[in-house]
Design a protein around this ligand. Structure first.
Ligand code: KG4
Ligand code: ZN
Length: 323
């Protein structure tokens, strides 16, 4: 692994409940992508418990980095710089990744690249074998954010719209909880919706001015639809409720994308894994399925377009919870 082009960027991501490490080349070639999901650990609580997440990151971050190096057949000698998510996310969780990144970079006198998690999601599009080049309109829909971003270049972007309340993924997760489905809820609703009738319930799409979104009213409609049902009725209607609920979320997302009237559209973030959304926006550039939910490949990818902080100036870097 000598010579130009073979130097690797080690990416680390711990902003929520995935502990992830990846190795990416300067050209955006993915050499390793390891994601240890804590979903099962948090499922018993119905959502992510920050303190539990931090502790689990601490246990996993070392092994996950080692596994990524093994997968790539590389050692730290091949690593050129270390990229890590600085925020937004759970601060306690972010700090574990940041401390690990500092430790690795410091021990090898390497530069460190602090990466914004949302820029990371967008950069999931920039990886080989089919990189999507800006400009494009990007729908970023995840558990924490719902944004319409005008991506001018790898480094310049303008936010055109955002959610006024819940994020799209949050709406999926909260809806799933109301239906007694597992965590994380998006995937569960997606699965169950295939057995249901999406027109069975007429859930509302919020009318929000401009390119902003709102999902809290939808969640309330689902609550009203479920609370009059007996447990048996709920069980029977669950697929229809899931299908109709998903239809309303997808309609809201697609509606705003169409309203933005962009020539080229791209979709990223955990909700970009949704099968109905992918079908509805089949003409858009969709992030590769494996890179929709949180991962470190997208963080290493984004790092290619961020100025590295040289040794040892990064030791004082702090995490941030929100932008
Ligand atoms: O991007 P991500 O992994 O983490 C954040 O940055 O928030 O997104 C996680 C979100 C969760 O809300 C999850 O329910 C949702 O993505 N999600 C889905 C699907 N897979 C994951 N939502 C709808 N359909 C899916 N298939
Ligand atoms: Zn994310």
């Amino acid at each position: 692994m000598e010579g130009p082009g073979s130097r690797l960027i080690l990416g680390i991501e711990t902003s929520c409940d995935e502990t992830a490490a990846a190795l990416v080349t300067e050209d955006g070639e993915l050499r390793a992508n390891v994601v240890a999901s804590q979903a099962d650990l948090h499922a018993q609580f119905g959502g992510v418990v920050p303190e539990v997440a931090s502790r689990r990151h601490l246990e996993l971050v070392g092994p996950v980095m080692r596994e990524a190096l093994d997968q790539a057949g590389a050692t730290l000698d091949d690593v050129d710089r270390v990229a890590v998510t600085q925020g937004p996310g759970l601060v306690g969780a972010l700090l574990v990744g940041l401390a690990a990144a500092k430790a690795v970079a410091w021990s090898r006198r390497l530069p460190l690249v602090p990466v914004d998690h949302l820029a990371g999601h967008v950069a999931s599009l920039y990886l080989q074998p089919d990189p999507v080049e800006p400009p494009f309109l990007c729908l970023l829909a995840s558990g924490g954010h719902t944004l319409l971003i005008d991506v001018h270049s790898h480094t310049e972007q303008t936010v055109l719209g955002t959610t006024r309340d819940d994020a799209a993924g949050e709406a999926f997760d909260k809806g799933a909880r109301l239906l007694g489905l597992g965590y994380p809820g998006g995937r569960e609703i997606d699965r169950l919706a295939r057995e249901g009738d999406p027109e069975a319930y007429d859930f509302p799409v919020a009318r929000v001015p401009g390119l902003d979104f709102s999902f809290s009213g939808l969640k309330t409609s689902l609550l009203y639809a479920t609370r009059d049902l007996t447990p048996d009725e709920l069980e029977e209607r669950k697929p229809d409720l899931a299908a109709s609920y998903q239809r309303a979320i997808v309609r809201a997302l697609v509606g705003k994308v169409r309203q933005a009237n962009a020539e080229r559209v791209a979709v990223v973030g955990g909700v970009a894994a949704n099968s109905e959304l992918r079908e509805a926006l089949a003409d858009a550039a969709l992030a590769p399925l494996a890179l929709t939910t949180d991962n470190a490949a997208m963080i290493a990818s984004a790092a290619r377009f961020v100025e590295p902080v040289p040794y040892p100036g990064y030791l004082g870097l702090d995490a941030y919870a929100s932008r």
